[in-house]
Design a protein around this ligand. Structure first.
Ligand SMILES: Cc1ncc(COP(=O)(O)O)c(C=O)c1O
Length: 402
């Protein structure tokens, strides 16, 4: 995704000009988001459908920007389902996630969820009871925890090893036999979401090929007639080397070739991407309050912290950032400054875990300058512990689509 830094930085400078104390803020570039997703949709092969996993960022302006572009939303809780249906009466919704309550399964039927992604045999049987009770057929995919050789290393692995996600492959036969005598459940296909943070296009193609061959084998072995396979999300953002992002062009071209092999002809492929859709539209901003030197290390203390932006600490990386110099300095004493040094960026929390960047070289930074963290549009504000220490929430604004 192409970042529109000039426009984003101008809006941040404008907010800082108007503020009477150091700022912290989230900025979302909806125009860039629209351009990015339009590009993804236009380059996917025809029989591929793009859903957005709203857990990555379910802000209403973000969802409103995406709704006309994607094939639907993926939700993972009753709360997300209520939120989507409150604002989007008709958009296709699929429902994933472990530990669904009976109440959530009932709402899924009531709210016309297009397909439920079933996580266990127990969940399947509970859904069948509810479907029977209300006299409706519930469409499902079985989410399978597939053992995969040489699964790429990622800090977020949901399958191919012991995890609470999906149905163990050895239980599949039992589920499929049970489904034959339960017409209140319609099996539409299979679901896989084995990992997040995939940065390698070829490795992702290989994984999709593994899914394809496995599903073909199940269809033959169990005489199944399915209409789609959901290959989950998982395409990553390279926070450590932001100039080297997932090569979408190689991926989409390779995908067209892969699907041309007709191993699963007539079967659609669905993606439910989260991070790769919204990460790049968001920016977190901190203004430098203090600069310290402590036992050989430099610290920039910014307004805000991991209670707003937990992504770097949660993923264990040093987040990339830009320094926007601010020239105004209204105090009679020397302005703290650091040049050509490595710094750690921390926030206002009383814990050493409040760390956003470390060992990061800076040319020059002064108290009062602005630090802008890109790729803060997914799993950022919405995974953070906002009320820890009761600091105020950051400012928030959206650069419009038009
Ligand atoms: C079932 C499921 N689908 C999709 C996603 C979205 O993953 P990502 O944001 O890595 O694309 C997740 C994330 O945890 C998930 O659990």
């Amino acid at each position: 995704m192409k970042l529109r830094l000039t426009e984003v930085f101008a809006s941040i400078r404008d907010a800082e000009d108007k503020a009477d104390e150091p700022i912290c803020a989230y900025v979302y570039d909806l125009k860039a988001l629209r351009q990015h997703v339009t590009g993804l949709v236009n380059t996917l092969p025809d029989n591929c459908k793009l859903f957005y996993a709203i857990k990555a960022n379910s802000d209403l302006p973000v969802l409103k920007t995406l709704a006309p572009l994607v094939n639907g939303f993926e939700v993972s809780s009753g709360g997300e389902l209520d939120w989507v249906r409150e604002h989007f009466a008709d958009i296709p919704v699929v429902f994933s996630g472990p530990g669904k309550l009976d109440r959530e399964l009932s709402s899924a039927i009531e709210y016309n969820v297009e397909c439920l992604h079933i996580e266990s045999f127990n969940e399947l049987q509970r859904l069948a009871e509810i479907a029977q009770r209300v006299g409706q057929v519930a469409a499902i995919l079985l989410r399978v925890n597939l053992p995969v050789d040489n699964l790429v290393k990622s800090s977020l692995i949901m399958g191919g090893k012991p995890t609470p996600f999906g149905i163990h492959i050895q239980q599949l036969k039992e589920c499929l036999s049970w489904l034959r005598v339960h017409p209140e459940i319609q099996l539409r296909g299979f679901h896989f979401h084995l990992l997040s943070h995939q940065l390698n296009a070829q490795a992702h193609l290989k994984l999709l090929e593994t899914y394809q061959l496995q599903v073909r084998q199940w269809c033959d072995e169990y005489d199944l007639n399915i209409d789609h396979v959901n290959v989950g999300g998982g395409i990553g953002i390279n926070y450590r080397q932001p100039e080297q992002q997932f090569d979408w062009e190689t991926f989409s071209t390779g995908l067209a070739t892969l699907l041309d092999n007709d191993v699963l002809s007539g079967v659609d492929i669905r993606f439910e991407l989260g991070r790769y859709i919204t990460a790049a539209c968001g920016y977190y901003v901190m203004q430098v309050i203090d600069i310290k030197h402590s036992y050989g290390k430099n610290f920039l203390i910014g307004r805000g912290g991991t209670h707003h932006f937990r992504t770097p600490y949660a993923q264990g990386h040093s987040h990339p950032f830009h320094v926007l110099p601010v020239h105004a300095w209204s105090h009679p004493y020397t302005r703290p400054k650091i040049s050509n040094e490595k710094v750690s960026i921390v926030g206002q929390l009383c814990t050493p875990k409040d760390l956003l960047a470390f060992d990061a070289p800076v040319k020059s930074v002064c108290c009062g300058d602005l630090l802008v963290f890109p790729y803060a549009g997914a799993y950022a504000w919405n995974i953070s512990h906002h009320d820890f220490l009761r600091h105020p929430y950051p400012m928030k604004w959206y650069l419009p689509v038009e």
